[in-house]
Design a protein around this ligand. Structure first.
Ligand SMILES: Cc1ncc(C[n+]2csc(CCOP(=O)(O)OP(=O)(O)O)c2C)c(N)n1
Length: 609
């Protein structure tokens, strides 16, 4: 227990400086110790889910002295990463991958005749995800030597939702069952003579009927031997159970009850302590330096959405386990009957929205760009092919800073542009975000996607009542120049304007266009640009492969083949954690980088010409 206390104190202190996902890790300190104690890691493969609860695991596997670099450039990842340690059996960041990945390892082990144990850990929130069921369903039908640990803390980021959650909590926390259980325990442990023997008998009986009284029956039906629920903060019980279960064969599941945020001095975990910023008070969780600047896009969106929902009672909101992260908590409070948290189930969220849209509802699906990747087939098959008016609000589009490569929203432009009936947009400001949201609500003909970054809005945003829709399919020329035009997307508009200022000081007069509609594009404005410019640079905060630049290159080559087009976006490589501004600079997507790009193209043109 001394080790557990030491790890907790260390994490609370080090995270108060670096920031990070402190809540989940504090809940699994004993669990991490027991896993490493009983299993022969790293030979036995221990596969954590999501990875945000991996901090104690990092500390216990030789990385304590690097915890001060957590989530920083060239530092320790905030999640798990195979390249970081032999003990990180599988990379993580998105939820509900552990069972499938670990089962794959067990299958690989057996194919190659190797001998080691495989353990997947999954949270109760992630167990609500379809991927987790797919893994259980597949693994449970096998006779593989395979262990799942269910880390049940009743929390996703927000309090967990859904029928599975109700199922897990209803029986095991049933007061009658628990009273009977502890009475049996008392008799077995403390009663003298015959009563003691009777208590032992009762305990055996209790074991045999337990599966009817605990959530075990569901897992047993899925092909897993069920053990638990056990106290995830009782090291002795954890060690004993793991030791016994380790030696068995076949699929088995250990249900562990933990408390998220355990030991955090500010008291029991609440949603806001899921992740904390760098430089917070370790006793209260409060940020020491107050945040400055305008409201961020998430807040602007959340507020505007509530106002729009007040105007139009057909609007409903769907989030996949991220009410606060997506800014939809206000909608949940004000319009609970039109707010749906479906759990970590992005594909379901999208198809459910499609169903709602067939009944005249106007669903707004608020999911981070990176997590919406999970819903891609639903977007194509259920929404787009049927031209259903579902609005996708994709927060965290682009580079996301310290959350790093697993959470970067770099692919949504490419994946949304590829879909025929999809309107694809990106605002340059908070005001334009709300204008586009209004446009989306007016667009009945098919789906509408809006992408916005993890950043503050560059402007102060008024009430949505004062913000008009952004005329459908239009661009805005924000600076007029000659010869060289920058077609800029979203966040890149202001960076391009700043680049244009730098270039103007050198005597180059560059046009900058705000391409807020990526699809449909503004053909009138584009033709005007092509008639008066010789070179177009397309700048976007998304992968350069198959992005807006690639799209414009194909459009322009057929409209005006004499104009040179260059795509400038996030290069075709993984961009690792660093502050967002630094990531932008590394990708050449800040003002200096864009100006450099223009200079180099201009120079090469002069030479070529
Ligand atoms: C596909 C996906 N959707 C959403 C998230 C955001 N997210 C990170 S942790 C988390 C909650 C996970 O809850 P649980 O599995 O119970 O783990 P705990 O935090 O309780 O340890 C969510 C929704 C994610 N990482 N991946």
């Amino acid at each position: 227990m001394a080790l557990a206390a030491e790890v907790r104190a260390f994490l609370i202190e080090s995270c108060s400086v670096t920031g990070g996902h402190i809540g989940a890790g504090l809940g699994v300190v004993e669990l991490s110790i027991a896993l490493h104690h009983v299993f022969e890691t790293p030979q036995d493969q221990v596969v954590w889910d999501v990875g945000h609860q991996g901090y104690p695991h990092k500390v216990l596997t030789g990385r304590a002295d690097r915890m001060d670099t957590l989530r920083q450039e060239d530092g320790l990842s905030g999640f798990l990463k195979r390249a970081e340690s032999d003990y990180d059996a599988f990379g993580a960041g998105h939820a509900a991958t552990s069972i499938s990945a670990a089962y794959g390892m067990a299958v690989g082990r057996d194919m190659r005749g190797e001998d080691f144990k495989v353990v997947a850990i999954i949270g109760d929130g992630s167990l609500g995800s379809g991927l987790a069921y797919e893994g259980l369903n597949n693994a449970g039908a096998s006779d593989s030597d395979f262990i799942v640990v269910l880390n049940d803390n009743e929390m996703s980021i927000a309090p967990n939702v859904g029928a599975m959650h109700k199922y897990l909590t209803s029986v095991q926390r049933n007061p009658i069952y628990n009273r009977v259980r502890s009475a049996i325990g008392d008799i077995a442990d403390n009663a003298p003579g015959m009563l003691h023997d009777a208590g032992k008998l009762l305990r055996r009986w209790e074991e045999s009927v337990k599966s009817f009284l605990t959530p075990g029956v569901l897992f047993e039906e899925l092909g897993f031997r069920y053990f638990g629920p056990i106290d995830g903060h009782d090291l002795k019980q954890l060690n004993e159970t793991f030791k016994a279960v380790r030696e068995m064969k076949g699929p088995r599941l250990i249900h562990v009850i933990t408390q998220k945020g355990k030991g955090f001095p500010a008291g029991e975990h609440v949603e806001k302590w899921h992740a904390l910023p760098p430089g917070h008070d370790p006793t209260t969780g409060k940020q020491l330096k107050a945040a400055t600047g305008n409201a961020n896009y998430t807040t602007v969106f959340g507020k505007g959405l509530v106002e729009l929902m007040a105007e139009n009672d057909r609007i409903a909101v769907i989030t996949a386990a991220m009410p606060s992260g997506t800014g939809t908590g206000g909608a949940a409070k004000q319009f609970p009957s039109r707010f749906f948290d479906v759990g970590i189930a992005e594909g379901h969220a999208v198809t459910m929205a499609a169903g709602m849209a067939t009944r005249g509802v106007r669903p707004v699906v608020a999911i981070y760009s990176t997590f919406l990747q999970r819903g891609y087939d639903s977007i194509v098959h259920d929404v787009a092919i049927q031209h259903l008016p579902v609005t996708f609000c994709m927060d965290r589009a682009g580079l996301v800073g310290e959350d790093g490569e697993t959470h970067a929203g770099l692919y949504d432009i490419a994946y949304m542009l590829a879909i025929p009936s999809m309107t694809v947009t990106a605002p340059r400001s908070g005001t334009e975000l709300l204008g586009l949201l209004r446009s989306a609500m007016a667009h009945e003909a098919g789906p509408f996607a809006i992408r916005y970054p993890r950043d503050n809005s560059p402007d102060v945003v008024s009430a949505i009542a004062e913000i008009p829709a952004v005329p459908y399919g239009t661009w805005e020329v924000v600076r007029s120049g000659t010869e060289f035009a920058i077609l800029a997307v979203g966040t890149m508009v202001n960076q391009s304007l700043a680049a244009a200022d730098l270039l103007a000081a050198e005597g180059m007069n560059v046009t900058v266009v705000n391409c807020r509609y990526l699809k449909p594009y503004d053909a009138l404005t584009l033709d005007a640009i092509l008639a008066t410019h010789r070179h177009v640079l397309v700048v976007e905060e998304g992968t350069v492969v198959n992005g807006f630049g690639a799209y414009m290159a194909s459009v322009i080559s057929s409209r005006e083949p004499g104009v040179r087009v260059t795509a400038h976006g996030v290069p075709d490589r993984i961009v690792y954690a660093a502050p967002r501004a630094r990531q932008l600079a590394l990708c050449g997507l800040d003002a200096a980088g864009i100006a450099d790009k223009v200079r180099s193209l201009h120079g090469s043109e002069a030479v070529a010409g």
